[in-house]
Design a binder for this molecule. Sequence first.
Ligand code: ATP
Ligand code: MG
Length: 303
Amino acid sequence: MEENVIRKILEAVKKASREEERIQIVLKGQYLEAYELLKDSEAAGLTPAIIGPPGVGKTLICRYYAMMTGRPFFWVTLDEGTKPSHLIGSFNPAVVLEKGFTIEAFEPGPLTLAMVLGGVFVANELNRASEYVQNVFLEPLEERSYYIPHIGRIKAESSFFFIASMNPSELAGVHRISEALRDRIQVWITLTYPDRETELEIVRLHCKEYYIPNDVLEKIYDIVSRTRSHSAIEKPASIRATISIAKLTAEYLKREGSISDEELAKIAKHVLIGSIKTRPGVKREEVVKSIIEDVLKTKEVVI
Ligand SMILES: Nc1ncnc2c1ncn2[C@@H]1O[C@H](COP(=O)(O)OP(=O)(O)OP(=O)(O)O)[C@@H](O)[C@H]1O
Ligand SMILES: [Mg+2]
């Protein structure tokens, strides 16, 4: 690649890496285990996948791993609309007209950049990509190279590391992982909703600038955690919902000094209504109302 192009990319990546240094994580229990497994997989030359429901920290642990090993971090979320060029990059037609299919006309995609710069690359929702797109990963995983027409075969730096990430309920989704690709992923790391103590610690970490009494935080956790064992709920509320309710509550407390269960119920409702998915035929308003009333023992939550 042209030197000035590389320099520009490196500058942008360095800037992003400096921002990454602000990542904060609760590294205990399943998160510590996942982190150690990522380290061991890489040292052993194996490719890992992280499987877990939305919002359990899959991306965060990968981002943290990249930061701790001093590498740039790249990620894409795949779906049926993803094309190989979204990963590899493409030629800019305007520059091609002027200069032909030269390196200058090529705008690299995140996979190419991760390979050339030796970064950590995360393929989110790998199983949602078409087989055609899944096949793009075969050569980088097997040979640590990729052939780009007009440019030639690019070779990955030794520190290039690929991690797949997936949602378990999607495993039966539109496109499964092709046999060829599955065969090249050897380590399957599962993450799930953290235990009570860990999730409360995560929420406190995200609300460091706020004051929230422990009993209020416990109630918030109880409400969210109830969505994860409710039979009418298909997609429960994630850690993101716990953090959001806690932050809204903290803002209320800052303004009003204290909070009643009725007010906490309202805040929880505003977050949960959009963060859960109920089974077909079940009204989400009804489920949210009954969970909140049940946990807080409040009379009527107006939806
Ligand atoms: N161990 C942890 N320490 C601190 N924060 C965490 C931890 N785990 C999750 N979080 C927080 O929870 C939120 C969701 O995490 P993340 O985006 O990594 O989840 P995900 O599993 O990648 O979700 P999705 O499936 O939607 O992509 C983020 O705000 C993240 O910072
Ligand atoms: Mg993610």
